[in-house]
Design a protein around this ligand. Structure first.
Ligand code: SF4
Ligand code: SF4
Ligand code: SF4
Length: 574
């Protein structure tokens, strides 16, 4: 059993396992110590000095995020000395921070602003050297404004945790700033666009490249039919932007809110999650039968695809040729839907709502350009709803528009790590053996970042693995390379926990992020909707029957390949 340590924090006795930090122990006493550079599961370096406290046995103030507790220790978190130190830290940070709060997308949701208010800082107490840094908006997905950066390094840690290392500190002393190697534009770096740096940033120095203005223009253009479609995870996260508890499923209100923005239709992207499974499961079976390169990797995460193209080009033949659900939806609307409705594709403007910054890049890939006209994140959708004066929490629940409204539970769980695999197993196993009726594959569920299992299907042992986070993907790829591991089918999602934790999801305050398991709560909402759905296997969906009977013929048909599949190319930037 773990050795326990008893101490007092602000006179409250607390018992915690040995090795616990003061910051973690304080939570047990229901005391929150302010932080800036610290972010649970991302960064813990004790450099910003916001979390300083007084502790017996320590010389001077100590950083609570890294300082371990000791038996009999007495900690004071809110003394005059602590408060003055934190205030001075904030005033020094503000001496160099571009205070553009009124137009900053993090206004009212900024850790620096919240702390500055709490500590009654004098924002002009110190005057820093006027050192203007250019805005890096070279990439179509993330914008960096270093004049707002407080050098907390959370983005650097997030990128390092992804094993991409596209960004780091550059320069010395007062001129230190964050950027790519040799200050090259982000678009020319090894960045894969996952956006984990954006959701890690406590201020407005990083944001998605917004396409809100283009979407407003399309909505105002009478010559355009604007068609929205929302990714599986959005219903589990959008509510957070309207102060609803983490993990609230707001599907009905989300549809009602988008409808009030004025598009011609609001469709359910879970439909093309189902379609992806139909195509991917068929591709897997074909590969097994014809001896094509195995294992097969999922390809619905564009940041993962880019990572393979850059770092493991020899693995490209192992990527499924299926487009992502976003690109499939755009392609299907511009072909099938347009033909069915007698509308020219150029008169249609497709808008995907996605959890992701990488999907903003994906829709500009030359192989798929034109399928999706604009990709907006959950955060951007929330901004549009607020700007339009829509009272989100008061809205009635409404349903998606036909013909793309009904989807299966298999499509819904795409937003969580393991979801694509589980939906594919439900379908592939049934395609291989019509009597295979299992719908729950528990071993691939949960936010564990590396899961593996073997299933016996039609006399074949199907070895599967699920990883999320690119560091775990690297570990898996190295095991495959060395021959240590052998799998048949592998799901990879770049963001830890999958799209529910994507770089375009709502940015919550540190006090929430440091205490709530966001990935679990959001994933739970998706799995609940799967369990409640009478249709759980993509191949049972009447919408799949309609699409294949009306248009595509059968999974992996020539027409399906033309519209729903793509190709990848080695990227030699490394
Ligand atoms: S988007 Fe992802 S890969 Fe690019 S800099 Fe940010 S964390 Fe790194
Ligand atoms: S960009 Fe944001 S996360 Fe990165 S160092 Fe600056 S303030 Fe911190
Ligand atoms: S895991 Fe999802 S949100 Fe993250 S980069 Fe991949 S597709 Fe985007």
């Amino acid at each position: 059993m773990e050795k326990q340590v008893t101490l007092k924090i602000n006179n409250i006795p607390v018992t915690v396992p040995e090795g616990t930090t003061i910051l973690e122990a304080a939570r047990k006493a229901h005391i929150e110590i302010p932080t800036l550079c610290y972010l649970k599961d991302v960064s813990c370096v004790g450099s910003c000095r916001m979390c300083v406290v007084e502790a017996t046995g320590a010389r001077g103030l100590v950083a609570a995020c890294v300082y371990p507790v000791a038996e009999g220790m007495e900690v004071r978190t809110n003394t005059e000395k602590c408060r003055q130190s934190r205030k001075m830290t904030l005033e020094l940070l503000l001496s160099k921070h571009k205070k553009k709060c009124l137009s900053c997308e993090r206004n009212h949701n900024c850790e620096l602003q919240k702390l500055s208010l709490g500590y009654s800082v004098d924002e002009d107490r110190f005057k820093g050297e006027d050192y203007v840094l250019p805005i890096d908006d070279s990439a179509p997905y993330v914008v960096r404004d270093n004049d707002k950066c407080i050098n907390c390094m959370r983005c650097v840690a997030a990128c390092r945790n992804q094993n991409v290392n596209a960004i780091g500190p550059i320069g010395r002393g007062f001129h230190v700033h964050i950027g790519s190697a040799f200050d090259m534009p982000l678009s020319e770096s090894v960045c894969v666009g996952c956006g984990q740096c954006v959701v890690a940033c406590p201020v407005g120095a990083l944001s998605e490249r917004s396409t809100i203005d283009e979407v407003w223009s399309a909505l105002a253009n009478p010559a355009k039919k604007v068609l929205f479609f929302t990714a599986p995870s959005i219903r589990a996260t959008l509510g957070e932007a309207f102060d609803l508890p983490v993990g609230t499923n707001v599907e009905g209100k989300m549809v009602a809110a988008i409808r009030r923005l004025g598009p011609a239709a609001v469709f359910n992207m879970d439909v093309t999650a189902d379609l992806t499974i139909m195509e991917e499961a068929s591709e897997l079976i074909n590969r097994i039968k014809t001896g094509k390169p195995m294992p097969m990797f999922t390809s619905c995460c564009p940041a993962w695809v880019k990572f393979v193209e850059q770092r493991y080009p020899e693995m490209i033949p192992h990527l499924s040729s299926c487009k992502s659900p976003q690109q499939m939806f755009g392609a299907l609307l511009k072909s099938y839907w347009c033909e069915k409705n007698g509308i020219a594709p150029e008169n249609v403007y497709t808008v995907s709502v996605i959890p992701c910054t990488a999907k903003k890049y994906e829709c500009h890939r030359p192989e798929m350009e034109g399928d999706v006209d604009a990709a907006i994140t959950t955060r951007e959708l929330a901004r549009m709803i607020k700007t339009a004066g829509i009272k989100f929490t008061e809205l009635p629940d409404e349903e998606f528009d036909n013909p793309f409204s009904t989807a299966t539970g298999g499509g819904a769980i795409f937003g969580a790590t393991g979801g694509v695999m589980e939906a594919a197993l439900r379908t592939a196993a049934h395609m291989m053996d019509g009597s295979f009726e299992v719908l729950d594959f528990f071993a691939v569920r949960g936010t564990n970042p590396y899961k593996e299992a073997t299933y016996l299907v039609a006399g074949n042992a199907l070895r599967v693995a699920v990883v999320s986070g690119l560091k775990n993907a690297t570990e898996l790829l190295e095991k495959i390379r060395s021959g240590e591991k052998h799998y048949d089918f592998i799901e990879v999602m770049a963001c830890p926990g999958g799209c529910v934790n994507g770089g375009g999801q709502p940015t919550l305050s540190d006090s929430v992020r440091n205490t709530v398991e966001l990935k679990d709560a959001r994933a739970k909402a998706l799995y609940s909707s799967d369990t409640l759905n009478a249709l759980r296997r993509p191949s049972d969906s009447p919408v799949m029957d309609m699409i294949y009977n009306d248009y595509l013929g059968f999974p992996n048909s020539h027409k399906a390949h033309e519209i729903l599949h793509t190709s990848y190319h080695a990227d030699k930037r490394i």
